[in-house]
Design a protein around this ligand. Structure first.
Ligand code: IFM
Length: 573
C-alpha cells in the first residue's frame, strides 16, 4: 500500500519482409532492448537470427535502448499527433454529430496509413477488425486517397507506390484472363495477386459465388485516376515519371484489350460488375465504361507528355513495355468510341444495358432500412429490380464532375438517388457530396447524417468487423468536395461553397504543390476566407466569382450576396 508501481508493455513487431523467422527476430530484438537497458536480464537469447532489412524504413535492425522512463516516447507520440491534427483537422460549427464523426474519421484515417512503408496499403476496415481480412479494394483509391493527397501527400505517395509494386501481379492477372496490360486484383494483399474469395456464406446459411474477383474491373481505372490526380495536386514529377506513368500506360492498355469495337461503331465492355454489385455480369456498365474512357484518354496523354518532358525515361518505357505511338492513337480513338448510354435529350445515363427494363421498386416501403435489401427481398428479386447497391452512375459523375454539364448532374441525381439502397457503406457520403454540389442542402444533410452514423451508431450492424475506413474517406470528401465545393484548377484550387444555413463555420486545411491553404467558410452571411502558408504563391478562385493570386502569408476574404461573390479583400495574415 502507498507505493506507486509503473508497468511498461513493450511490443516488437517483425514481419516476414524483415526476417525469414520474424518471431525469433522479434524475440531477439526485444531481448537486446531489455538487456541494453539493464532491465534484469543476464544475457541476450543465444542463437536467435538477427533482423534482415528488406529495404523499407519500417525494417529495423538496431534495437533502440529501452528507457524505463517512457516520457520521451510519449512526448514524441504527442508531437506527431499534434502535427497531424494541425494539417488534417476540420472544424465544423453547427452540426455536432457530423463534426464528431469527422474527427473520428480523421483520427482513423491518420492511424491507417503509413507514409514510411510503401509496400502496404489500407484494407477495407483498416487494421481495426477482421472483415475483408485486411484486403485492399478500390475503397483506398476512390474514397480514401483524396484525403491523403490533400492533407498528407507522403502517405498518398506510399499508398500509390504499393500499387506500383503490385503492377507485376496486375499484369499477370490481365494475362491469365486473356487481356493485355494491367488488371489490378479486386481484393489485393501483399503481392497484389487476386485474393477475393470465390464463395461466401449468406446470413441464412447459403453458399453463394462471389464474382467480383472475376468481373469487377473498374479497379484498374480507379488506380490510374488516383495516380493522375495525385500528380496534378502534388506536382510530384519524380513519382509520375518513375512509377505513375507506367501504371497509366498499362491500365490504358488493359482497357484497349478488354472491350470490343462492334458493328454499331461503339466500343463495348461486356460482362462486368460495376459499383452496384446487386447486378452482376452486365454489359456496358456506365461507371466501368466512363472510367475506362477516362483511362484510355489519359493513358494516351501520359505517353505524349512523357515523350515531350522526359524523353529518356520514355525511351526506356517504350523498350520495357513496347508502347508505340500507334497504340496511343488507338487508345484515343477507342475512348471516343466508348459506349456511354446517355440519352442526348435528357442527359440520363443508363446504368447498364437493360437497366430500364427492370422492375420498379419503391424503396421507401422498406424504410427504415436496417437490413440490406438483398437480404430482405432475396438476391434474385433485387437483381430483377431497379434497386441499386451504391452510387454507380452518380459515382462516375461525382469523380468526373467537370466533364459533364449541370443538366446531366441533375437528371441523373434525381433519377438514381431514390433507387439507391445504400447497401454499401461507401454510398451515403457520395450522395451527400453530390446533393451539396447541386445545392440540394436538406438532402445533403440527410445523407451526411447517414454517413456519419455508420460506425458511431453501427447503423449497418457490422461495426464489429472494424471501422468502415472507405466511408470515412467519403465523409471527408462530402465536406471538402461537397459542401466546400472544391474544384481542381491547373494552377490552383477553386471553391463553390454550399453550406446549410445552420452551419456557423467550416474550417479545413489543404495542401497543394507544397502550399498550405487554410479555408474558412461561413453560411449566414456567406464568407470565404483563405490564408496561405509555405514558399509559393497559388491561385484561389470562386465559381461565379473571381480568382486571386495569393502570396504566402496573405489572407483573402470574399462575401457572397444574392448569389454573387464580392471582390477579394486581401491583407497580411
Ligand atoms: O469495396 C466495397 C464494395 O464497393 C462494396 N462492398 C464493400 C466493399 C468494401 O468496402
Amino acid at each position: 500500500m502507498g507505493q506507486v508501481y509503473h508497468l511498461d508493455r513493450i511490443a516488437v513487431v517483425y514481419s516476414s519482409r524483415d526476417s525469414p523467422q520474424p518471431g525469433r527476430a522479434a524475440e531477439r530484438h526485444l531481448t537486446q532492448m531489455l538487456f541494453a537497458s539493464g532491465a534484469g536480464l543476464t544475457s541476450p537469447t543465444a542463437g536467435i537470427p538477427s533482423a534482415r532489412s528488406s529495404g523499407g524504413e519500417w525494417a529495423r535492425s538496431t534495437p533502440r535502448r529501452y528507457d524505463t522512463d517512457s516520457s520521451q516516447i510519449v512526448a514524441e507520440h504527442q508531437q506527431a499527433w499534434s502535427r497531424y491534427w494541425a494539417g488534417a483537422d476540420i472544424v465544423l460549427l453547427g452540426d455536432e454529430k457530423a463534426a464528431k464523426a469527422l474527427r473520428f474519421a480523421i483520427y482513423h484515417l491518420g492511424s491507417a496509413a503509413n507514409p514510411h512503408d510503401d509496400r502496404v496499403s489500407i484494407g477495407a476496415r483498416a487494421l481495426t477488425g477482421e472483415a475483408y481480412k485486411g484486403h485492399v479494394l478500390w475503397d483506398t483509391e476512390a474514397f480514401i486517397l483524396p484525403f491523403f493527397v490533400l492533407t498528407q501527400p507522403s502517405a498518398a505517395r506510399a499508398l500509390l507506390q504499393y500499387r506500383y509494386h503490385t503492377l507485376p501481379a496486375a499484369r499477370a492477372k490481365a494475362g491469365s484472363l486473356g487481356y493485355r496490360g494491367a488488371l489490378y486484383a479486386w481484393e489485393s494483399t501483399d503481392t497484389g495477386e487476386e485474393a477475393t474469395p470465390s464463395f461466401s456464406l449468406t446470413l441464412d446459411g447459403k453458399l453463394i459465388p462471389i464474382l467480383s474477383g472475376n468481373q469487377e474491373h473498374h479497379i484498374s481505372a480507379n488506380v490510374a485516376y488516383a495516380v493522375w490526380h495525385y500528380w496534378q495536386i502534388t506536382g510530384d514529377d519524380g513519382f509520375f515519371r518513375e512509377s505513375g506513368a507506367e501504371i497509366m500506360l498499362d491500365t490504358a492498355r488493359f482497357w484497349a484489350s478488354r472491350g470490343s469495337l462492334e458493328e454499331d461503331g461503339y466500343y463495348h465492355i461486356r460482362c462486368v460488375i460495376g459499383p452496384d454489385e446487386y447486378h452482376e455480369s452486365v454489359d456496358d456498365n456506365a461507371y466501368t465504361n466512363g472510367m475506362a474512357q477516362w483511362n484510355l484518354e489519359y493513358g494516351a496523354q501520359t505517353g505524349q507528355l512523357m515523350a515531350e518532358r522526359w524523353p529518356e525515361r520514355w525511351k526506356e518505357l517504350t523498350r520495357q513495355i513496347a508502347i508505340t505511338s500507334d497504340e496511343l492513337a488507338q487508345w484515343r480513338s477507342l475512348a471516343k468510341a466508348m459506349y456511354l448510354g446517355m440519352d442526348p435529350a435528357t442527359g440520363l445515363i443508363e446504368q447498364f444495358r437493360g437497366f430500364y427494363e427492370l422492375a420498379e421498386f419503391d424503396l421507401s416501403r422498406l424504410e427504415p432500412l436496417t437490413t440490406p435489401p438483398d437480404v430482405l427481398l432475396g438476391r434474385s428479386r433485387v437483381k430483377g429490380a431497379k434497386i441499386i447497391k451504391q452510387a454507380d452512375v452518380l459515382m462516375l459523375l461525382f469523380q468526373q464532375w467537370e466533364r459533364f454539364p449541370r443538366v446531366v448532374h441533375e437528371a441523373n441525381f434525381n433519377y438514381y438517388h431514390p433507387r439507391t439502397a445504400h447497401g454499401s457503406s461507401l454510398s451515403p457520403a457520395i450522395h451527400a457530396a453530390f446533393a451539396a454540389r447541386l445545392g440540394q442542402l436538406a438532402l445533403a444533410e440527410r445523407y451526411l447524417s447517414q454517413a456519419a452514423s455508420i460506425d458511431l451508431q453501427d447503423t449497418m450492424g457490422n461495426a464489429a468487423g472494424g471501422v468502415h475506413i472507405g466511408a470515412m474517406g467519403g465523409l471527408w470528401q462530402a465536406i471538402v468536395w461537397g459542401f466546400g465545393g472544391l474544384q481542381l484548377q491547373p494552377d490552383g484550387l477553386a471553391f463553390d461553397p454550399q453550406l446549410p444555413a445552420s452551419w456557423q463555420q467550416l474550417k479545413f486545411r489543404l495542401q497543394w504543390r507544397g502550399c498550405q491553404l487554410a479555408v474558412i467558410l461561413s453560411a449566414d452571411p456567406n464568407y470565404l476566407t483563405v490564408q496561405l502558408a509555405g514558399e509559393d504563391a497559388m491561385n484561389v478562385g470562386l465559381t461565379n466569382g473571381t480568382t486571386i493570386r495569393l502570396l504566402p502569408g496573405q489572407q483573402a476574404k470574399a462575401r457572397q450576396v444574392a448569389g454573387c461573390w464580392s471582390d477579394w479583400e486581401v491583407r497580411l495574415a
